[in-house]
Design a binder for this molecule. Structure first.
Ligand code: NOJ
Ligand code: NOJ
Ligand code: CA
Ligand code: CA
Length: 716
């Protein structure tokens, strides 16, 4: 028998392989909450928003031909050639990971119209992806399903999540009176025509004209600009759209950015989220535009109860005022952080940004890049999931659509902005105070904001001086940092200094440079069970929830939804930093989620998890003859959690009464338990009075699937 000894070459190879594994170690052995496998929580991620057509042309063969294409991208309303292969190339060459990016949000991937539209003499193509034709096909200009799968695989191999834009509000531009306009809004189901806008016998679309944006209702049921508005209360459309979402979920996407959520019925969206979270739950966030200084309770209600987060426009608009325009100051920035902290039940899950494809780019031509660098540093270290618009790191400019969507100008990895993102993005994974922590103002005047993020004893303190000309003397600063000297995580890249903290947290006086940004941090293991995140925040018995946090221990303990325990095999995985558990059969309602470790030590309670009463369908509730006096509106309440459990103080509403039905009729679309025998009543409410309907409760059995409509008369 010959015993072979490994050759020196084999030994070298084995050693190289071993070292390669070591090099991979940070990603491979990262805590589960920071892994690409976690599609339910994005708090440790940094999203990079890409207009697919404008990033990289990785495959010239799929470029549209003729008048739809601008090879030098000088005509920015046309296709410029960017595609999924191009994004894949930039993932593979390390440009994104080099910046610390761990998620990308790409343009709506579905097949769009190919017709060109002449608006005021300018030819427009569907390069942006918002003019859908077939939600179950790919946009061939972006690639095939194979290209899409390759993109997902390449991204996942680099621990990058993929978020798709998705726009179920509408198909494409159409005219009620001219069937030859563009593609007549036609909707296809995997190649089969379902309906056109002017010949819509099956009622896939709304036909109420264009919105004047005057009310929420007006914006929901009328067309957004000239976009053929889909009727989500149509059972066929509902079925189609869920199947379309399933197509993309099955391809392995990690998140969805929903377009125009202010313009779709809330009830249908909650219903769609309950479908998604019951099938393959992914982090989802909606676009609900808010103007500067606009605060909208309906926006907050959506963020807190629909099962999806929102893009944080309050944050974005304020950051732009403070750091870009200079029309607001640091006191106001701090006030926004405080206000949104109470408005949003899960403020850490709202998606923060400083610009996007619908607003002027943050960088103003000729302005100091330091303003952008400060805004980016603030966003990366604040509560919320940061999204960086492509080209921000290259200081791209552009005052509005389409100039804010120019072809990516450079892939330099040496700009200050690129290096700042590279330095700060990893903190979201390495310091749980950044990903999950509280925010506390520590020092404030009109130009200086020093704030502290904290989870357990993990701390990050960020100091920003937005005065680009004058340094600021900082005295009397207190922090939660343990005594010691802390160097700036940015290593002076943005002129930040070190800080020395005495026992008790007091900082020695220091000078914060003009335009300076300093980040000081401290991490330490958390030793008591801590629930830092639960996702998704809406589900039904049988759905899985993912609980991220620290110190759960190696041995299975108990998960609680309210007081209802989950144990044994209903806990499908239990690790020190992540638990997956199946929601038990229990009374529908809003509950806190908490954990008890194997030694019966309890965690904090993570509030506002909604347990729905089983599978859901969307039902339109209509009441006729409900006349009201000025100041009074009609609301709905009824027998189930979904109908607010007969609450007269917090019923559903106010109902709508202008577009689909008109006063004295009122209506609302609600996600209710499929097949349930519902009882309900309408209520007239004003600031000072509550008037219940008389008579017996209305009764209605919700359909087992599809959608429903129930119409009743107001019972005096
Ligand atoms: C909002 C999108 O962000 C915008 O770019 C688009 O044109 C509209 N919704 C319509 O889809
Ligand atoms: C008050 C309503 O008037 C009644 O009809 C309904 O049955 C109860 N609330 C349920 O508690
Ligand atoms: Ca191409
Ligand atoms: Ca709509």
């Amino acid at each position: 028998m010959i015993v072979s000894r490994p050759s020196p070459r084999a030994t070298r190879l084995a050693r190289a392989a071993f070292l390669a594994v070591l090099a991979l170690a940070p990603a491979a052995f990262a805590t589960p909450d920071t892994s690409v496998a976690n599609k339910q929580g994005f708090d440790t991620d940094v999203i990079y928003q890409i207009v697919t057509d404008r990033f990289v042309d990785g495959n010239a063969a799929n470029n549209p031909t003729g008048g739809a294409f601008s090879s030098d991208c000088s005509q920015r309303k046309l296709y410029c050639g960017g595609d999924w292969q191009g994004i894949t190339n930039k993932i593979n060459d390390g440009y994104l990971t080099g910046m610390g990016i761990t998620a990308i949000w790409i343009s709506q991937p579905v097949e769009n119209i190919t017709a060109l539209i002449n608006y005021s003499g300018v030819i427009n193509a569907a390069y942006h992806g918002y003019w859908a034709r077939d939600f179950k096909h790919t946009n061939p200009a972006f690639g095939s399903f194979t290209d899409f799968s390759n993109l997902i695989a390449a991204a996942h191999a680099k621990n990058i999540k993929v978020v798709i834009d998705f726009a179920p509000n509408h198909t494409s531009p159409a005219s009620q009176t001219d069937a030859t306009f563009a593609e007549n809004g036609k909707l296809y189901d995997n190649g089969t025509l379902l309906s056109s806008y002017t010949s819509d016998g099956a009622g896939y679309f709304h036909h109420y004209g264009g919105t004047d944006f005057s009310t929420l209702e007006n914006g929901i049921y009328k067309n957004l600009f000239d976009l053929a508005d889909l009727d989500q209360n149509n059972g066929n459309l509902d079925t189609y759209m869920k199947a379309a979402v399933k197509t993309w979920l099955d391809l392995g996407i990690d998140g969805i950015r929903f377009d125009a959520v202010k313009h779709m019925p809330f009830g249908w969206q909650k219903n769609l989220m309950s479908y998604i979270h019951g099938y393959k739950p992914v982090f989802s966030f909606g676009e609900w535009f808010l103007s500067p200084d606009e605060v909208d309770p309906a926006n907050q209600y959506h963020a807190n109860t629909s099962g999806m987060s929102l893009l944080d426009f309050e944050f974005a608009q304020k950051v732009r005022q403070v750091f870009q325009a200079g029309t607001s100051d640091m006191t106001s920035l701090d006030a926004m952080i405080t206000a949104t902290g109470t408005q949003y039940a899960q403020v850490n899950d709202q998606v923060t940004f400083i610009d996007n494809h619908d607003m002027a780019r943050f960088q103003v031509a000729g302005a100091s890049g330091r303003k952008l660098e400060q805004a980016v540093a603030f966003t990366l270290t604040s509560r919320g999931v940061p999204a960086i618009y492509y080209g921000t790191e290259q200081y791209m400019t552009g005052t509005g659509d389409p100039d804010n969507r120019a072809k990516m100008t450079s892939f330099s990895t040496t700009t200050t902005a690129y290096k700042a993102i590279k330095a700060l993005a990893p903190l979201r994974k390495s310091n749980p105070a950044i990903a999950y922590g509280t925010t506390q103002q520590r020092w404030l005047n009109s130009n200086v904001y020093i704030y502290e993020r904290k989870l357990g004893s993990n701390v990050a303190v960020v100091a920003i001086n937005r005065d680009l000309s004058n340094a600021a003397t900082i005295t009397g600063l207190f922090t939660s940092l343990p005594a010691g000297t802390y160097t700036d995580v940015l290593a002076g890249l943005l002129n930040g200094n070190s800080v020395t903290i005495a026992s008790g947290g007091g900082a020695s006086a220091f000078s914060l440079a003009a335009g300076g940004v300093a980040v000081w941090q401290y991490t330490t293991p958390i030793t008591t069970p801590t629930v830092a995140h639960v996702g998704p925040m809406l589900g039904k018995p049988g759905n899985t929830i993912t609980i991220d946090g620290r110190a759960f221990g190696a041995t299975k303990g108990t998960v609680y939804v309210g007081a209802t325990p989950i144990t044994g095999t209903a806990i499908t995985s239990w690790e020190d930093t992540e638990i997956k558990a199946v929601v038990p059969s229990m009374t529908a309602g809003t509950y806190a989620v908490s954990v008890k470790n194997a030694s019966s030590v309890s965690s904090n309670a993570y509030a506002n998890y909604q347990v729905l009463d089983g599978g859901q369908v969307t039902v339109r509730f209509v009441v006729n003859n409900a006349s009201t006096v000025p100041g009074e509106s009609v609301y709905l309440t009824g027998s189930d959690f979904e109908l607010q459990n007969w609450s007269a103080s917090t019923p559903l509403g106010p109902l709508f009464n202008q577009v689909v039905y008109q006063y004295p009729s009122w209506y609302t679309d609600v996600s209710v338990p499929a097949g349930a025998a519902l009882q309900f009543k309408f209520i007239k409410k004003s600031a000072s009075s509550t008037t219940w309907e008389g008579g017996s409760n209305h009764t209605y059995t919700a359909p087992a699937s599809g959608t429903g409509t129930v119409v009743v008369n107001w019972q005096p």
